[in-house]
Design a protein around this ligand. Structure first.
Ligand code: ADP
Ligand code: GLC
Length: 496
């Protein structure tokens, strides 16, 4: 594979800032690409918390002339390194836009920052300027890899340029589209040619995600199954027509897991290390977890868990609809770590009050507890209505924490259901159910419990799961092929 210069644009990246799986991907895919001898630089907004965590920011480049707009006064580009890596990091430092503590997208009340359109339009303009070598960095990428709606305007702006890099737009979640009222288009001072149904307009609104979907040379999403699903009305969020129109440019590449952070063999955030050859220490982590969350320490009681953004997508309704019956009829424990919609947070807190010896609810975002849960729980549940990829089920496999998942998106692509046949030929890694209803989830829980009562079978699933390899290497190679296709499309389009 030739070496490409890749500018990787994202609105979050672990360990600098993370609200979900996008952070995991943006913090690890660039490293995997670099291992494939690619030249990769990450560019992201300089949020308040991020500057604190980024460590030494070595050089400060003054920005050159603006790109389709005047840039705000005092704006700078900071240069550093992604922690624990050799990846160059550029931070778009515009204090009035990004120097706010906490969540990158939401204000402390949990609603969108009112100026999100302005914030991510500015970010896109700067990325486009860097991509066109107009930011004083003396560097031009061959590929700009854009992620989710926050980066959607980048391919749109670059489509107006000749001598531009190829663009790739990766959809991590089609349900988040960056939709704003039509007036925003004028307020953002965007080039007039970007208004229209073949560009940023979506039923009279401005859609940032459409900038990526309509203009990128190649579109990808984070699992093969989701790449198919989003072409249907059930999952396409109104964008299925456009995605079908551009189907030859759409592909699905499964996310990898960063096993430097997520492997019980050497995870510094768990008390007892273990691996597929010697999984027994998992029991000690289970006791540590039960102690930590305040549940009775009992080796023989199965512990189910979820770590999640508490939003509708994740099937929280299904969980809340099936847990009371599960808890009433079976000796089980359930641990929930998450935050999100207040109605879900309240419901889980009420459940913990009602079943204090069976349910532990931890509201908040806690990386360390997430690792302890992965290592100590027996089974991890992800009953998502849709799931572009999902990372926790992949982590759960490596931690011997048998996943229970709904057959959708990346969940369908990563977990092998414990059918009699799969159990016989030792390929089963979890429980997969179809219907998005509480009774179907309850049946899935009960199937898991029945297998848990057969220790040899359960242990076989645990070990088979732990041996699965979802490391980034394979996916990174697929991204390289995707970049080649993007370059070929760009050459073709620029000639036209
Ligand atoms: P999504 O990106 O849709 O939220 P993923 O499964 O792809 O779902 O990734 C979620 C990531 O965020 C995982 O690394 C998970 O452990 C982490 N995560 C989610 N909620 C929490 C939380 N409350 N505390 C700690 N980590 C969390
Ligand atoms: C999104 C999706 C999730 C995916 C993650 C990383 O947040 O909801 O399924 O794993 O992005 O690609």
């Amino acid at each position: 594979m030739p070496t490409h210069k890749i500018l990787f644009a994202a609105s979050e990246a672990h360990p600098l800032i993370k609200t979900g799986g996008l952070g995991d991907v943006a913090g690890s895919l660039p490293i995997a690409l670099q291992a494939q001898r690619q030249e990769v630089c990450i560019i992201m907004p300089a949020y308040h918390d991020l500057i604190i965590r980024a460590g030494k920011l070595t050089r400060i480049h003054p920005m050159l002339a603006g790109f389709h707009a005047n840039l705000p006064k005092g704006m700078r580009l900071l240069e550093g390194t992604l922690p624990n890596s050799k990846i160059k990091l550029w931070l778009v430092d515009a204090p009035a836009y990004f120097d706010r503590p906490g969540n990158p997208y939401l204000n402390p009340q949990g609603t969108d920052w009112p100026d999100n359109a302005q914030r991510f339009a500015l970010f896109a303009r700067v990325v486009a300027a860097v991509a066109m070598n107009k930011a004083g960095l003396a560097w031009q990428p061959d590929i700009v890899h854009c992620n989710d709606w926050q980066c959607g305007l980048i391919p749109a702006l670059l489509s107006l340029e000749t001598a531009r890099p190829a663009t790739v737009f990766t959809v991590h979640n089609l349900a988040y589209q960056g939709l704003f009222p039509a007036e925003t288009f004028a307020a953002l001072n965007l080039p007039a040619s970007l208004w229209g149904v073949d560009s940023l307009e979506f039923y009279g609104q401005v859609s940032f995600i459409k900038g990526g979907l309509a203009h990128a040379d190649m579109i990808s999403t984070v699992s093969p199954t989701y790449a198919q699903e989003i072409r249907t009305p059930a999952y396409g969020c109104g964008l299925e027509g456009l995605l079908n129109h551009r189907a030859e440019r759409l592909t699905g590449i499964l996310n990898g897991a960063d096993y430097t952070h997520w492997d019980p063999q050497h995870d510094p955030l768990i008390p007892h290390h273990y691996n597929a050859q010697s999984p027994h220490n998992k029991a000690d982590n289970k006791a540590a977890l039960q102690t930590r969350v305040g549940l009775p320490v009992a080796a023989d009681i199965p512990v189910f868990a979820i770590i999640s953004r508490l939003v509708e997508q994740k099937g929280i309704d299904l969980l809340l609809g099936s847990l009371p019956e599960l808890l009433r009829h079976h000796k089980v424990q359930f641990i929930m770590l998450g935050n999100g919609e207040p109605r879900f947070e309240k419901a889980f807190s009420a459940l913990a009050d009602q079943y204090p010896t069976q349910v532990a609810t931890k509201i908040g975002f806690n990386e360390e507890l997430a690792h302890l849960i992965e290592s100590g729980a027996d089974s991890f549940v992800m009953p998502s209505f849709f799931e572009p990829c999902g990372l926790n089920q992949i982590y759960s496999l490596r931690y011997g924490t048998v996943p229970i998942v709904r057959r959708t998106g990346g969940l369908a692509d990563t977990v092998v259901d414990a059918t009699p046949e799969a159990l016989t030929n030792h390929t089963a890694t979890g429980i997969v159910f179809n219907e998005a209803t509480p009774p179907a989830l309850l049946t899935a829980f009960e199937r898991a419990l029945a297998l848990y009562q057969q220790p040899a079978r359960w242990q076989q699933m645990v070990v088979t799961g732990m041996k699965q390899d979802f490391s980034w290497k394979h996916s990174a190679k697929q991204y390289l092929a995707l970049y080649q296709r993007a370059v070929a499309w760009k050459e073709k389009d620029v000639q036209m």
